[in-house]
Ligand binder design. Structure first.
Ligand SMILES: NC(=O)c1ccc[n+]([C@@H]2O[C@H](COP(=O)([O-])OP(=O)(O)OC[C@H]3O[C@@H](n4cnc5c(N)ncnc54)[C@H](OP(=O)(O)O)[C@@H]3O)[C@@H](O)[C@H]2O)c1
Length: 329
C-alpha cells in the first residue's frame, strides 16, 4: 500500500506492506486524513520519544474493509472515524503514563490502510462528508475538553478563542457558538476574523496589533474564559483581560514559555490557569454526539493529494491555514 513515511532523511510516499489484522482489530481503507500541529512538531524533531520511520496522522475517516472477528462483520462497508487515543486510562480527568496518540509510534492515517482496535472506530456523523469527518477527531476532542470540561463553558458567557485560524481553535469557536456563548476571536488574518463574524462571532481583533485585545476586553467588561494554544509572552496581556474568577485554558504553547507571569493579577482576581490535553474516550463519544446534535461543520482549509503531503505540512508550518488541512488518500 501507499503511505507517507517520515524517516531521518526523507518524507515521502513509499510503497509498504499492508497491515495485517491483530486480534479484535479492523482494517480501515482511509479516504481522508487531517493534519495536526503535532505532526509538524514530529517532522521538526520537536516531540517526545520520536521513533522513525513513522507514518504520521492522528485523524482519519474511511471505510471498514476487513474485520478480524466474525462477530464484528456488521462494521464491514461502514464509514467510520477513528478515536486517536491509545491507552487513555480510567481517570477521565487526565491520561495515564502509557498514553499514546495515533500516528507515531503506532502507524497513523497518512496511509491507504490502517488497522485499529474495534473500540477505536465510530460511525461517521451522518451530516458530514468523509472529508469533513476526517477533520474532527484530535482537534475536536482537544477543543471539547478544553472548552467544556476545563473551561466549564456555558451559554451567555463571554469567551475568547485566540488564534482562531488553528485546527483546534476553529472547533473551540464552533462549539462555543453552538451553545450560545458570546464568542470573540483573535487571529493574525483579517479574512479569518470576518469569516468568524459571519459564523457567529460577536467581534474579533488581530493579536499582533498592540492593545487590540485589551481594548476589546475593556469594551465588553472582560472575558469569562480564554481558550489559547500560543502562551509565550502574550500570556500576561491575555490574562489581564479576564473577569475576576475567569479561566485561561491552554492546550499548547506554540510561542513557548512566558518570560514572567503576573502572579498578583492571578491570585487577586481568583483566576484559574488550566492546562488541557486531548480528552478521554468518554469525551470522544460526547464530542461526536455534540457535533451530531449541533450539526457542527468543521472549517476546512484545503485538501491535498497524498503525494503533496509535504506542501500540506509546509502550509501548516507557515500558519497559512484557516481550519483543518486535509489529505486525500
Ligand atoms: N494538548 C493537546 O492535546 C493538543 C492538541 C492539539 C494541539 N495542541 C497544540 O496546540 C497548538 C495548536 O495546534 P493546532 O493543531 O490547532 O495548530 P494549527 O492548526 O497549526 O494552528 C496554529 C494557530 O496558532 C495561532 N497562533 C500563532 N501565533 C499565535 C499567537 N501569538 N497568539 C495566538 N494565536 C497564535 C495561529 O492562528 P491564526 O491563523 O488565527 O493567526 C495558527 O493558525 C500546537 O502547539 C499543538 O501542538 C495540543
Amino acid at each position: 500500500m501507499k503511505a507517507f513515511v517520515l524517516n531521518t532523511d526523507s518524507f515521502q510516499v513509499e510503497e509498504i506492506e499492508k497491515p495485517t489484522l491483530q486480534p479484535n482489530h479492523v482494517l480501515v481503507k482511509v479516504q481522508y486524513a487531517a493534519l495536526n500541529h503535532r505532526d509538524q512538531w514530529i517532522r521538526e524533531g520537536q516531540y517526545a520519544k520520536i521513533r522513525l520511520p513513522a507514518i504520521l496522522g492522528s485523524d482519519g475517516c474511511g471505510e471498514v474493509v476487513e474485520v478480524e472477528n466474525e462477530k464484528d462483520g456488521h462494521w464491514k462497508g461502514k464509514d467510520v472515524v477513528i478515536n486517536p487515543n491509545i491507552n487513555w486510562g480510567n481517570n477521565p480527568a487526565f491520561q495515564q503514563k502509557e498514553y499514546q496518540i495515533l500516528g507515531m509510534p503506532a502507524q497513523g492515517t497518512l496511509a491507504e490502510y490502517i488497522s485499529v482496535p474495534i473500540d477505536r472506530i465510530h460511525l461517521k456523523p451522518a451530516h458530514l462528508s468523509s472529508e469533513q469527518a476526517a477533520a474532527v477527531p484530535l482537534a475536536g476532542l482537544t477543543a471539547y475538553n478544553a472548552l467544556f470540561n476545563k473551561g466549564k463553558a456555558e451559554s451567555g458567557m463571554q469567551i475568547l478563542i485566540s488564534g482562531v485560524g488553528g485546527g483546534v481553535a476553529q472547533f473551540a469557536f464552533l462549539f462555543a457558538v453552538a451553545i450560545g456563548a458570546k464568542v470573540y476571536v483573535t487571529s493574525s488574518k483579517s479574512d479569518v476574523i470576518d469569516k468568524c463574524k459571519s459564523l457567529g462571532a460577536i467581534n474579533g481583533v488581530n493579536y499582533k496589533e498592540e492593545n487590540a485585545i485589551r481594548d476589546l476586553a475593556k469594551s465588553i467588561g472582560g472575558f469569562d474564559i480564554i481558550i489559547d494554544s500560543a502562551c509565550g509572552n502574550g500570556m500576561n496581556d491575555l490574562i489581564a483581560t479576564l473577569k475576576p474568577g475567569g479561566k485561561f485554558v491552554f492546550y499548547g504553547a506554540t510561542k513557548g514559555l512566558p518570560k514572567d507571569l503576573n502572579m498578583r493579577q492571578i491570585f487577586w482576581n481568583h483566576l484559574q490557569i488550566v492546562g488541557s490535553t486531548m480528552g478521554s474516550d468518554a469525551d470522544f463519544l460526547s464530542m461526536i454526539a455534540f457535533c451530531d446534535k449541533h450539526k457542527v461543520h468543521p472549517i476546512l482549509d484545503k485538501t491535498f493529494d497524498l503525494k503533496d503531503t509535504v506542501v500540506a505540512f509546509d502550509r501548516m508550518k507557515n500558519g497559512d491555514q484557516f481550519g483543518k488541512i486535509i489529505v486525500k488518500i
